[in-house]
Design a binder for this molecule. Sequence first.
Ligand code: 5AD
Length: 413
Amino acid sequence: MRLYFFFVFQKYIRLLTRARKRTENREKQYFCRAGLRFTAMPNRKKNTSGKVRNLILKLQRNEIPDAQEYREVLLCHDRNAVSLLHEAAREASVRRFGNGIHIRGLVEITNICRNDCFYCGIRRSNGRVTRYRLTRSEILGCCRRGYASGFRTFVLQGGELPDSADRDIAGLCSAIRSEFPDCAVALSLGERSEEGYRMFREAGATRYLLRHETRDPVHYSRLHPPGMSLSNRLHCLDMLKDMGYMTGTGIMVGSPYQSIGNIVDDILYMARFRPEMIGIGPFIPHRDTPFAGARRAKAYSVAGGVEDTFHVPLPEWDAGEMTLKLISIFRLMFPDAFIPATTALATFYPDGHERGILAGANVVMPNLSPPSVRDDYSLYDGKVAYGAESAEGLDELRIRLEDIGYRILLSEA
Ligand code: 5AD
């Protein structure tokens, strides 16, 4: 009798192993077709957390998970479950974009800023910064160099200039559009007036990146001085969307006082807002800011804030890993979105681009700014701006991405 059960059991195990092999082979074929290297899925039966699997399935079916479901996945530290999340996101990205990674040229047009955000190295009251503002011809020079290397999207990023600069910025957008009609202009210049945004749009800018940073007004007020408000930030995002910009938003991960509850609120906000681009990177302290003493990219336990079931104090967690998890969650939520493997992620991990892409990111934004000003655009300590992070390092980036089965897409806006 015992022997009988033993044989039945053995047969059952063999059947299971065969089924698993079959799925793996199917996935292997799929990944090879997409030009990707295949890594076998972790043993689903034994090692994966059901909660992560459920969230993946829900997002794949376009169902709407609730706050608790997101929270559990953000708190999940099971390595196999997390890699399953990354693989599902990577698969979604490959299905939609193939193995092509979009490349945008980043021009940091000024480090002059009227704001005084506590986390940012170019905040107004940091007297140690050498301030610069590139001229129109310098910026066009950057675009020319970028164009010659194959860039077809230029992202003009900078501190918040006074409103009086709006006309210049609009002039710059038209100049770029008339010299490079096959290129897209994206802006990342902070909160502007409705007229400003409209002027830029009419001058040919079609994309705008403005991270909301946090959806919690209390948390927002701990990151920004009085005078800046979350409601204005959200209002700007609504205006941009209404004006027909391809709109991007996002957060820093592990910013001081951030809780898991805050991040869940960010996800729920983004589920409603439906950004077309999503910028997320780990918070990294800058030595000349009030957050200089924050531990490198580790989240504080929530201090204050709303102490309900969601806003409970946290053990410290790793901002890099959390960023990667969020990239995957956003990829599954928004299969069509442009999600960069950000400079902050590449500063946090030497192979941050690769990690971001393998978690579902599909954009890299190499630095096109003149090398002479790059060190002055220092948002956080150690910000990388050379090598694979720069336009000169495009070949290095190409090789590194090829190593993980991807190729860079040039000559596409
Ligand atoms: N660490 C990480 N990201 C930062 N940013 C600003 N300061 C820091 C920092 N210390 C991000 C903000 C901003 C974007 C331009 O850079 O999210 O929106």
